[in-house]
Design a protein around this ligand. Structure first.
Ligand code: DGT
Ligand code: CA
Ligand code: CA
Length: 570
């Protein structure tokens, strides 16, 4: 898995070069990092198969970057990178994770105050050494401390989306082993919580030793915390921990139930068992000394007199009671989405052309896909003005003549400070759908922010509000908004709230999804993709919808094209 390590190094190199005001090169490294993130083939394997020439064929990789990849694959490090780090011995990738801290600021703080890491940064801010520096002020000091507070509250938790595909691949590989009969992730990962502490994997095998050996000797493993006959615990190079447990088949179901949790859900189920004169543990459901269920999870719940409960609901929020009464809702399924309506194309600085997006969407089995480029207020995202939108629409019309799936014309307009949009209504009226979102002045008081969004909801051209609360998980709080009023307005004006699937957004979050559903508000699950590899994030949004107990009927893009168009009839 050299791709992820290389992409991290290239991002850091880009940062160091930007610090030195070196032109062009940083963008090249940044671009290569982005390509590596989305690359299916491993760059290390590509090199081993075809040498440096093959590496140069990777998009965005030129002579100089290819030789760095070669050096890394052969020696495990990159000399020029080590030198950069020696000259500027600061933990750049850590520091710039703080909202509002860029490389230039990190450089100034290092040169003037010797700040090398977050700990020293916090001390400098608390001692008020930063506010006096040029380019900083009392507000930056406050923002820095706020940002550090966020990182601390993270306490070693990881974004679900950052670990998701790594864990899925690992589980698939384990499943391919001859000794492994069954294998599944459990814990918060199986419940698809937005952040996870560690990953718990459960396997069935008659030869646990072999499975543990295979797992703990893998290349990705950085450290083995401990290993026994049937379990082991490791840290992998991506920084997170995995617990693997191997259990006998006859208690796989009860172990899966136990290790999926949540702890609170387990307490509730155990109490139900006790009330029936039974005992529930990871080893099975017992009547006296006899195991009466344990092989499958279904059976465990059934013998408890309960319906099987989807893991995403197991948070002790009333699901156990519903299961006893046979009232578990039929949640939206992972294959129910018929189209993604929030895709940025290369028209607004996204990575892929509309044709490429449509082809990928078709491969995902979608019936339609919506292009929602940024509009002009967002200069850094190369937002489109009225003329550019019309030009882009012509391209979409042309592509639709041959495209197998329908490409819908949309945009993601900016909700300005006063609630108006940054693009003219007559152009919006020509689109198939309009998303509107807040991307600026995020710190308004609750009353004004709420009014601002409601004004956009009332705009007859607007169909969808993107990432309604504006939060960035572990980085930025929700904007101050009265969500109850937003739900009411969305319901009254029949507008749709987005469930944004981007790993650090997941916005609406589970709690709000559940509330919106109770209020009868329609939602849409979108990815907000800027490159086609992001289209796969849809699964994360579906997970959150399921955690919010959403059903198919609550989510409009489970509907076929005609219904969607009818919905947006304008
Ligand atoms: P995480 O890792 O913090 O994101 O959250 P989980 O839910 O994955 O928790 P973890 O890894 O500590 O344990 C995995 C599951 O094992 C947990 O969801 C329920 C079960 N479990 C662990 N410790 C206890 C316990 O003390 N009591 C009960 N009832 N269940 C437990
Ligand atoms: Ca866990
Ligand atoms: Ca664990």
């Amino acid at each position: 898995m050299a791709n992820r390590e290389l992409s991290k190094i290239f991002r850091e190199i880009a940062g160091f070069l930007r610090m030195d005001n070196i032109p062009f090169k940083p963008q090249a490294y940044q671009r290569a990092a982005k390509v590596l993130d989305g690359l299916e083939d491993d760059a290390g394997e590509i090199y081993k198969r075809g040498g440096i020439e093959a590496v140069k064929n990777i998009e965005g990789v030129g002579e100089s970057i290819a030789s760095k990849i070669e050096e890394y694959v052969r020696t495990g490090k990159i000399k020029s990178y080590e030198e950069l780090k020696r000259r500027m011995p600061l933990d750049l990738s850590e520091i710039i994770r703080i909202e509002g801290m860029g490389v230039k600021k990190a450089r100034t703080l290092y040169l003037k105050l010797g700040v090398k890491n977050i700990k020293e940064l916090e001390k400098a801010a608390k001692d008020h050494k930063i506010s006096g520096l040029e380019g900083f002020g009392a507000v930056s000091e406050k923002n820095i401390l706020e940002g550090i507070g966020f990182l601390k509250s993270k306490k070693g938790r990881f974004l679900l989306g950052d670990v998701f595909f790594i864990v899925e691949n690992l589980v698939k590989e384990l499943g391919g082993l001859e000794e492994v009969k069954r294998v599944e992730p459990a814990g918060s990962f199986r419940r698809r919580k937005e952040t996870v502490g560690d990953i718990d994997i459960l396997a069935v095998s008659e030869n646990p030793g072999r499975v543990i050996d295979f797992f703990s000797s893998r290349n990705e493993v950085a450290k083995v915390w401990g290993r026994g006959a049937t379990k082991c615990s490791v840290r992998i190079k991506d920084g997170f921990d995995i617990d693997l447990r191997v259990v006998p088949e006859k208690c796989y179901g009860s172990a899966l139930q136990y290790f999926t949790g949540s702890k609170e859900h387990n307490v509730a189920t155990r109490r139900i068992a006790i009330a029936k004169g039974l005992k529930l543990s990871e080893y099975g459901l017992f009547k006296g000394k006899t195991q009466i269920a344990g092989r499958t999870e279904q059976d465990v719940y059934k013998k408890l007199g309960m319906q099987w409960i989807p893991p995403e609901m197991r948070e002790n929020k009333g699901e156990a009671e519903l299961a006893l009464e046979d009232r578990i809702p039929e949640l939206i399924g992972y294959k129910d989405i018929k189209g993604d309506l929030h895709c940025h194309s290369d028209w607004d600085g996204g990575k892929n052309s509309i044709r490429e997006i449509a082809e990928s969407a078709e491969k995902m089995g979608y019936e339609y896909v919506g292009i929602a480029d940024h509009t002009k207020y967002l200069k850094i995202e190369r937002g489109l003005d009225e003329d550019q939108i019309r030009k882009r629409n012509k391209e979409i019309d042309k592509l639709n003549k041959t495209s197998k799936i329908r490409i819908l014309k949309g945009c993601e307009a900016n909700i300005l400070k006063d609630g108006s949009l940054d693009i003219k209504g007559d152009v919006l009226a020509e689109l198939d759908f309009v998303i509107a979102g807040v991307h600026s002045s995020l710190k308004m008081e609750e009353k004004y922010m709420t009014e601002r969004i409601i004004k956009a909801i009332k705009d007859p051209n607007v169909d969808i509000i993107s990432h309604p609360t504006g939060r960035i998980i572990q980085k930025r709080d929700e904007c101050r908004i009265n969500m109850e009023e937003i739900f009411k307005a969305a319901k009254d004006f029949n507008k749709v709230l987005e469930i944004n699937s981007f790993p650090e957004r997941l916005d609406l979050k589970d709690e709000y999804i559940r509330r919106a559903k109770e209020k009868g508000v329609k939602m849409i699950i979108n990815t907000d993709s800027h490159i086609i590899s992001h289209l796969g994030y849809i699964t994360l949004g579906i997970s959150q919808a399921r955690r919010g107990w959403a059903e198919k009927k609550d989510i409009i893009n489970t509907q076929p094209l005609e219904r969607i168009l009818e919905y947006f009839k304008r």
